[in-house]
Design a binder for this molecule. Structure first.
Ligand SMILES: *Cc1c(COP(=O)(O)O)cnc(C)c1O
Length: 466
């Protein structure tokens, strides 16, 4: 059937809604979703008939409608396998939470809680009350507050302590991080005037001393978290800078970025500065992220001097940047793990960082055969040693030795296109697999693969357009 006849033969929306096979779909997903899907599919089929493409059988029509419904009800946000080799991948959600934090989130979501309620006095409380003591214990700070993320923390600190004032900052530290966080722009939005000092590669104590004056609101030091200035460089050690700031009576603020609460040297990595280090070096306020090396929920942590934190808490902007109850619950549970170093392995970030390469290579060897079978005649698979990274602005120039699978197209002609197709097919699996393309191969770094069974189970579903 073609043309007008084919159009006439198409069933109506009502007729389709009464179809027994469609009725079961309605039962699961509701009438309005199914009606919308029927309209979408009918419109597409009419278009195909008009452009003389092949007509669709009744059974084909029902299948298409069911698929369309499936598409409509699949949540946009869903789990993926992060096999990029970047442990804290910002675009893939950064740190996975430990079970204790997940439990706490569920409870906070399900039931009312004393989020901002003092159970002793029956009066209004503060959501910081649930995490402030732990943050102070773990960092040595006198006071602490928590906001939505570290970008918010930096904005809030700048706006509270330096609005309409100057903020001397080294030219070598004017960072831009992903998602258009640029230190000069944040300063402007916070109402501060950035006063660039030194040069890209060198800054001296005298540069700070010359810049500090009656208009100075605070002095800012930013951890250059996603790059490193190497070669002929100079920067001012925190203790010297804090001594100068104290003498001139201006607050010294450090944006640490990642801010781990443990010494990474325990894990065979170079020492990454901790909030305790910065405070011990005389910083008045330190800001860092909750979901980077700390391994918790997205949050911005602000720790430091009691009077400055009190001023920060009074800023009306804090209300706009506050964390929700699920974040408070998760953060509190994660900080509790830090109280006991023996339980730190429960933090996925720490566990993933510590996973021995021999274990990862053994995992790659186990997956080699099923992956080779799944690739059929499209690609060759081999076990490779590779280099990953921590990500999210921790030790940007350091790699983490790892292992994984390298997938290379068999055909030499069109290999580049084939490689892209393979990467697309991995992303279309029920639980999408995200790897990285490097040296004409798709590399699946297996350091972050924790659920081997779930990964292997979907390999036979492999469909690749040859
Ligand atoms: C990551 C980072 C930020 C932003 O932190 P978010 O928690 O992602 O908002 C700010 N400053 C530095 C130095 C960072 O590394």
């Amino acid at each position: 059937m073609r043309g007008v006849d084919a159009l006439r033969a198409l069933p109506s929306v009502d007729a389709l809604l009464r179809d027994a096979r469609i009725e079961s779909v309605i039962e699961r997903h509701g009438r309005s979703v199914v009606t919308a899907a029927i309209r979408t599919v009918l419109a597409a089929v009419r278009g195909e008939i008009a452009s003389h493409a092949a007509g669709t059988s009744d059974a084909g029509l029902i299948d298409r409608i069911a698929l369309e419904v499936e598409k409509a009800v699949t949540p946009s946000l869903r789990p993926v396998f992060n096999l990029t080799g970047t442990i804290l991948h910002t675009n893939l959600g950064r740190a996975p939470l430990p079970p204790e934090a997940i439990e706490a989130v569920i409870t906070a979501a399900r039931e009312p809680s004393n989020l901002e309620f003092d159970l002793d006095t029956g009066k209004r409380g503060d959501r910081d009350d649930h995490v402030e003591a732990a943050l102070c214990r773990l960092t040595g700070a006198a006071a602490a507050t928590v906001v939505n993320n570290n970008a918010a923390a930096v904005l809030l600190v700048l706006n509270t302590l330096a609005a309409r004032r100057e903020v001397p900052t080294s030219r070598g530290e004017l960072i831009e991080i992903g998602g258009s966080f640029r230190m000069p722009d944040i300063m402007k939005r916070a109402g501060c005037t950035l006063r660039e000092i030194g040069t890209t590669n060198r800054v001296h104590l005298s540069d700070y001393a010359d810049a500090i004056g009656p208009k100075t609101g605070l002095v800012m030091k930013v951890h250059t978290s996603n790059y490193e200035v190497v070669g002929f460089t100079a920067s001012v050690p925190e203790p010297e800078l804090s001594a100068l700031c104290r003498e001139r009576r201006v607050p010294f603020v450090v944006d640490l970025g990642s801010g781990t609460l443990v010494d990474l040297a325990h894990y065979g990595l170079p020492h990454e500065p901790t909030p305790s280090d910065a405070l011990a070096h005389g910083a008045d306020v330190v800001t860092f992220s909750g979901d980077k090396l700390l391994g918790g929920p997205q949050a911005g942590l602000v720790v430091g001097r009691a009077d400055l934190i009190a001023a920060i808490k009074r800023n009306p902007l804090r209300r706009a940047l506050r964390v929700d109850k699920m974040t408070v619950a998760a953060l509190s549970a994660v900080l509790a793990l830090y109280a006991d170093p023996d339980r730190l392995e429960r933090l996925p970030v720490i566990r993933l960082l510590r996973k021995p390469v021999t274990d990862i290579r053994a995992l790659a060897e186990r997956l080699l055969a099923p992956m080779t079978a799944a690739m059929a005649h499209a690609a060759h698979v081999r076990v490779v040693d590779c280099q990953g990274q921590i990500g999210s602005g921790a030790l940007p120039t350091r790699t983490v030795a790892s292992a994984g699978l390298a997938i290379e197209p068999l055909a030499r002609r069109g290999a580049g296109r084939m490689l892209q197709q393979i990467a697309v097919a991995f992303r279309r699996l029920p639980v999408p697999v995200i790897g990285r393309i490097q040296d004409d191969a798709l590399i699946l770094d297996l350091r972050c693969l924790e659920d081997e069974a779930r990964f292997a189970a979907q390999l036979p579903e492999w469909r690749i357009a040859n």
